[in-house]
Design a binder for this molecule. Structure first.
Ligand code: NAP
Length: 491
């Protein structure tokens, strides 16, 4: 179940938000600590869905500052008015008189950390007579989520376990797989009652919360930062469209990615996408890597094959296919479309390495230009290419220009890494940047009579290849692109 906490401060505003929330959620939580003088009787008389009544004191992270007797009196009133649930803290549960049909959620909150003895705390809550046990705690390390899941997996008692903060998102989504009684999600951004709550519509529509069950396969994105990644929207749309029982979650891994992959083996994660800054540092966690990864020295895809973790790199074939497609025209890409073509690659980071190694194998003649010359020279040497200082690229005559820097990316949309004089009619211009969908570079290239290859095309192709490797099914590319466009605000 999805529960939306209502944090409005007047009876009218609470009533309005409660009805809006009921369109998305299964139940709402009336947070009386935000509005202690709200007309509870009126609100409960005219409720659109089941209700949890809560009046959280400051000592447990809420905002009720009045006397304890008054606070417990409000909760008692909710019991007398037959609210479906009342949430009372473990340290005062014995002072609440039970009654009627109201079920009591006994809760404990820790805004600092995940408590060391989570099992002991859960047992104390269950022993207190809780109909539903609840622990909400801060997740300071992505692996703390595993401790929450272990409690959910072992208990048969109705239990709510929630990880707070950005790193707790994993517990909010995957908790359902392990039997979490409910999850809290906000009515809209800015209306959160605890750190890390995501909008309920996102949880329901993007992550398909109600479809998650014990048999749902887990996939995810490893990176940092990843809060604005497009991959969850694209991959979850793909699974939904193809009818695959799977969910794709963002794993923000700040350090020790190898430790993360090892620790999460107990979760039977079926596959990972890997992004900045872990494409290289994750390599030691693999049991096997394929030839592409060995040559490029970086991976973006992890899958299980016969119980072994295998790393591959779909960035490389996706970039090559996008370029070959652009060169092929109506006749289609020939097998040697890139052989002998002169290519200028701007940048020498991870994206550049993927494109450069792939193109070198296809027999392209490559020039690397990069802001930091040593890094550019190093990559050029590794693939047998020439290096050119960034301020001299106008001297390079290239059939294909590839931007692999982040120049031109939102919000700096008026920047371009390539002066207009370099954009000759008939050339192919490929921009790795996909936000905005048409960068200034691509717009000017189009206006100059060049063929363009967008970062969106690269992104969708590499994601589609991942999907196919993981599931063995053809990727629903149109649905994936629709999801990406919607996420980029460009439907
Ligand atoms: P990275 O490893 O951090 O490399 C960044 C590259 O950009 C370096 O060569 C860096 O030069 C250069 N750079 C950064 N800011 C610059 C500036 N202001 N002026 C000139 N050069 C600058 O990052 P990455 O993984 O290669 O990603 C680069 C871009 O490609 C990002 O926008 C990413 O979103 C995009 N990308 C897209 C896809 C896709 O599927 N469409 C896939 C991968 C990456 P220095 O060496 O001098 O720092």
């Amino acid at each position: 179940m999805i529960c939306i906490p209502i944090v409005a401060r007047t009876t009218d505003a609470i009533a309005e938000e409660m009805w809006a929330a009921a369109r998305i959620a299964d139940l709402v939580e009336l947070r009386l600590d935000y509005a202690p003088s709200a007309d509870l009787e009126r609100l409960l008389r005219n409720r659109p869905c089941p209700v949890i009544v809560t009046c959280r004191p400051v000592r447990q992270g809420g905002c009720f500052e009045g006397p304890e007797g008054e606070r417990l009196g409000l909760l008692q009133r909710a019991v007398d008015l037959a609210a479906e649930y009342v949430d009372v803290e473990l340290d005062c549960v014995q002072r609440l008189r039970r009654g009627g049909r109201t079920r009591v959620i006994v809760s404990h909150h820790d805004f600092e950390r995940t408590p060391p003895d989570l099992d002991g705390l859960h047992d104390s809550i269950v022993r207190s007579g809780a109909d539903v046990a609840k622990i909400a705690c801060m997740i300071c390390d992505i692996c703390d989520n595993l401790r929450l899941f272990r409690v959910l997996r072992r208990t048969h008692h109705p239990t709510i376990l929630l990880g707070m903060g950005e790193l707790g998102l994993v517990s909010r989504i995957l908790g359902r797989k392990f039997g979490n009684y409910l999850v809290y999600a906000s009515l809209a951004p800015g209306k959160e009652s605890a750190p890390g709550q995501v909008p309920a519509a996102e949880l329901r529509d993007m992550y398909g919360y109600h479809r998650i069950g014990p048999g749902t396969a887990i996939y995810g994105l490893i990176g940092d930062p990843i809060a604005h990644s497009m991959s969850p929207a694209v991959m979850n749309a793909a699974f939904r469209h193809a009818g695959v029982d799977a969910v794709y979650v963002p794993f923000r891994v700040q350090r020790d990615v190898v430790g993360f992959v090892k620790a999460y083996r107990e979760m039977d994660v079926s596959g990972y996408s890997v992004t900045i800054p872990h494409k290289e540092t994750v390599l030691p966690a693999m049991d096997d890597v394929d030839e592409v990864v060995k040559r490029v020295g970086a991976l973006n895809t992890v899958m299980y094959r016969g119980g072994r973790l295998v790393g591959t790199n779909t960035d490389v074939p996706a970039a090559l296919a996008a370029l070959e497609n652009a060169l092929g025209g109506d006749a289609g890409p020939g097998p040697r479309a890139l052989d002998g073509r002169s290519v200028l690659i701007i940048g020498a980071g991870g994206a550049a390495r993927a494109v450069a190694f792939g193109l070198a194998e296809r027999g392209a003649m490559i020039v690397i230009a990069n802001r930091t010359p040593e890094r550019g020279r190093r990559l050029a040497e590794q693939i047998g290419a020439r290096f050119c200082p960034l301020d001299r690229i106008a001297d390079v005559r290239a059939d294909i220009i590839v931007n692999t820097t982040s120049v031109g990316m939102h919000p700096a949309v008026n920047e371009t890494p390539v002066p207009r004089v370099c954009l000759r009619p008939g050339a192919v211009v490929f921009d790795a940047v996909y936000n905005p969908m048409e960068t200034r570079l691509l717009r000017e290239a189009r206006e100059s009579g060049c063929k363009i290859v967008t970062g969106v095309e690269w992104f969708i192709r590499q994601a589609a290849l991942q999907f196919e490797l993981w599931t063995g099914l053809p990727a629903p590319r149109e649905a994936m692109e629709r999801a990406l466009r919607a996420r980029l605000g460009n439907p």
